[in-house]
Structure formats: C-alpha cells, structure tokens
Design a binder for this molecule. Sequence first.
Ligand code: NAP
Length: 250
Amino acid sequence: MTPSLNGSTALVTGATSGIGRAIAQVLAERGAHVVVSGRDAARGEQAVREIRAAGGKADFVQADLGSVAAARRLAREARQLTGGIDILVNNAGIYPFAGTVDTTEEVFDQVFDVNVKAPFFLTAELVPAMVDKGGGAIVNVSSLAADKAVVGATAYGSSKSGVNQLTRIWAAEYGPAGVRVNAVLPGVTETEGVQAALPDEDRSELVAMTPAGRVGLPSEVAEAVAYLVSDAASYVNGALLTVDGGASVR
Ligand SMILES: NC(=O)c1ccc[n+]([C@@H]2O[C@H](COP(=O)([O-])OP(=O)(O)OC[C@H]3O[C@@H](n4cnc5c(N)ncnc54)[C@H](OP(=O)(O)O)[C@@H]3O)[C@@H](O)[C@H]2O)c1
C-alpha cells in the first residue's frame, strides 16, 4: 500500500519546473498540503492549478532564493499558509556548465547561493519547529555530479558535494530529535532545465554511460522523494539515494 501523507504539510523549492514540480505533484497526490515555490509566478500558479484540479491541496509562494533574506521570508510565508511545515524539499538548483577558467565569480556565487546557501538557511528557519514537534523530514536534491568528476561541472559538482555533506551532518544533528534528513542524487533527468542546458550530443554520451540506457523522468525522482519523506522510510536517515539508472556504478 502507498504510504499516505494525509495531514502533513510540505514546502518544495523549485517546484515551478522539472523535478520539483513532479515532487510537488506526488506529495500532493499522497495527501500533503504543498507549498509550491519558485521565481516564475505564472508557472507556479499553473502547477498549483494542476494539483488542485487533481484533488490536491497547494499554494504558491514566489521567492528568488539568490538571497538569504528571501529564503527566510519564504519559510515564514510557508509557515503562515500551512500552520507549520513537516516536510522540506530543497530542490531549487542551477547548473550552468563551464570549466574552471571560464567560471566567473558572479556565476560561482550564484551557484553556491541557490544550491547551498538557500537550503542551509531554509533548513535553519524550519528545522527548530520540527525538532519541537518531535518529527519532520527533509530531502535535499543533490546530483550524480556531487560524487563523480564531471568535467564542466566544477562549481555545480562542488556545490552538490556540499549538499551531500549537509545531508549527513543534519541527519546526525537532528536525527536524535526525530527529524530525518536524506538526499536523492538524480542522474540526467528529462527536465526543462536539462533541455535548455545540455545539447543532444552530450545527452547521448551520458545515456551511453547509463546502464538503464535512457535518461530519467522527473516522476522517477519524485517517487524516491515521496518514499524518503514517508513513514515507510522511518529508519532511513542520512541516506544519499542515487536515482540515476545505475550511472554512478560505471
Ligand atoms: N535534471 C537533471 O538532470 C538533474 C540531475 C541531477 C540533479 N538535478 C537537480 O535537480 C534539481 C532540479 O533540477 P531540474 O532539472 O528540475 O531544473 P529546472 O527544470 O531548471 O528547474 C529548476 C527549478 O529551480 C528553480 N530555481 C532556479 N533558480 C532559482 C532561484 N534563484 N530562486 C528560486 N528558485 C529557483 C526554478 O524556478 P523558477 O524558474 O520559477 O525560478 C525551477 O523551478 C536541481 O537542484 C538540480 O541540480 C537535476
């Protein structure tokens, strides 16, 4: 039987597109009241409409996670809308590919601001209430590029390595209070972002290195997240779950 998330509340960042949008849909299907967040209000409202049309509960909160102030504001607004957040999915991320020499300081800062600093301060805002309540679940969306030497993913790969380490440390820090913190590490997944960032020939090369012989679907990553935040994963804490068609074993 599929574990229910009835009565729980979730904040999913980067839920206006790709993997985050699929996560928001699945968590709402399972019964969570989902706060959909991103910068693009039109896509955010559309995601909310789709969830509501399917019988789910969702609201949109706009936030540009390039600043800590915005992350803190998002946490506050999400709390006000729902009465308290039980599940946080740190999914918003950017992956501008460039070699070390070609990466500007501005791009480096953007990657770390959105991929590391925003999850850090969102978690810092939301975890105390989870601790007080004696339970909660956080999932960080990391990447296959955190552990593999993907040339061109210098700033990105190192930011996601940071996300992996935050996952382990938070699991140890908050596990004793009943808050579980895990990560999913997707391989190449068919999203709007990847379609824009990765030329077809690069994608074919990556598929050739993937035992599954194809790219992943956002819904396949979302199912893994839904498992990790559910009671079915009650003894899973600090896990880094690859969802990559086996690419990491190559
Ligand atoms: N797709 C893959 O192959 C793949 C593989 C491994 C890991 N991942 C990770 O999975 C996550 C989602 O990737 P995706 O492929 O689904 O990306 P995507 O289609 O480009 O979507 C990215 C999401 O992040 C949001 N976002 C970006 N910058 C933001 C900012 N400054 N403030 C707030 N929200 C922001 C976007 O919202 P707005 O546009 O509305 O701002 C959008 O909802 C990322 O963390 C990525 O690193 C993806």
